[in-house]
Design a protein around this ligand. Structure first.
Ligand SMILES: [Zn+2]
Length: 288
């Protein structure tokens, strides 16, 4: 286990703190659950309905990328976000938002969790500029367009972070343990925004920060189905979990962490939102 993180994981089945064997990376629970390490990925998820949805999501992305001719050992990943990306505009916008995030937040010496990390390119990009411990959490372990890709990206970039295959609606991390939770272009892929944000709230330390950047939204005067049909028909055809909340819907779901939209306040013009939240510093339940 890199970065001495053994103490922060809980059982995805019964939520008790996991125990570690002395000489191996395997974590286990009294209920019988055991973690798995495979090809550089750390697996910590339960079996059941929630995980079945994650498997569906993984297949949907594979099918989508197949149709786009992007499901392959894509060398462009090594040059993200500069150089020769296969989705030039997307990565240009994402990079602009990440650069802004690095201006607004101090990541150094922090324990950070990226929820919905995809191939892990954001970690590789950020770790060139900041010194922090990062956990990239993603439900797809696919070697081309899921977290499996992060293993070769880490080698290529010479950086280190933990690649954690887990369910974002059931985060296997202990309460009050993370300094910064961040998401890049990922928050709008979750069916149950409120449940997701309650997980963010749970794992954050009191006073800890949440960021969701490069997040698309729909205007107030348009229905969600109509918007999805018009703008992300290909994704929805393949069953990718696409949502387009309005700004108000984001903020309502995020009120537990005082979610705000920053774009106007920081004079940042972009197609995606920059959202910031913070866990109430006084809301501290002692974890023993
Ligand atoms: Zn257990």
């Amino acid at each position: 286990m890199p970065m001495n993180l053994k103490n922060i994981f809980i059982c995805p089945e019964c939520h008790k703190k996991l125990k570690s064997h002395l000489f191996t990376d395997t974590l286990f629970c009294d209920c019988g659950f055991q973690s798995k390490k495979d090809n550089g990925l750390f697996y910590l998820h339960s079996r059941g309905e929630s995980w079945d949805k994650c498997e569906v999501e993984k297949k949907a992305w594979i099918n989508l990328h197949n149709e786009l001719g992007m499901y392959l050992d894509n060398e462009d990943h090594f040059y993200l976000p500069d150089g020769r990306p296969h989705l030039k505009e997307f990565y240009k916008e994402a990079k602009r938002s990440i650069d802004k995030l690095l201006e607004l937040e101090n990541f150094n010496d922090k324990l950070c969790l990226d929820m919905g990390a995809g191939i892990g390119w954001v970690e590789c990009y950020m770790l060139k500029q900041v010194k922090s411990r990062m956990i990239a959490l993603e439900c797809s372990d696919d070697i081309y367009n899921g977290l499996g890709r992060s293993v070769v990206l880490k080698k290529h970039n010479g950086c280190e972070f933990l690649s954690l295959v887990a369910d974002m609606h059931n985060v296997p991390i202990v309460d009050n343990s993370i300094d910064i939770v961040f998401m890049v272009d990922a928050l709008h892929h979750f069916d149950n925004l409120r449940k997701l944000i309650s997980e963010v709230h749970r794992v954050l330390k009191p006073g800890g920060h949440f960021w969701a950047i490069n997040e698309p939204y729909r205007p107030d005067n348009m229905g969600e189905l109509e918007y999805l049909k018009q703008y992300v028909a290909l994704e929805t055809k393949h069953g990718v979990a696409e949502r387009r909340p309005t700004i108000k819907e984001y903020l309502d779901a995020g009120n537990i962490i005082n979610l705000q939209v920053l774009n106007d306040k920081i004079n940042f013009v972009a197609p995606g939102l920059i959202l910031r939240g913070q866990k109430d510093p006084a809301n501290f339940s002692m974890f023993i």
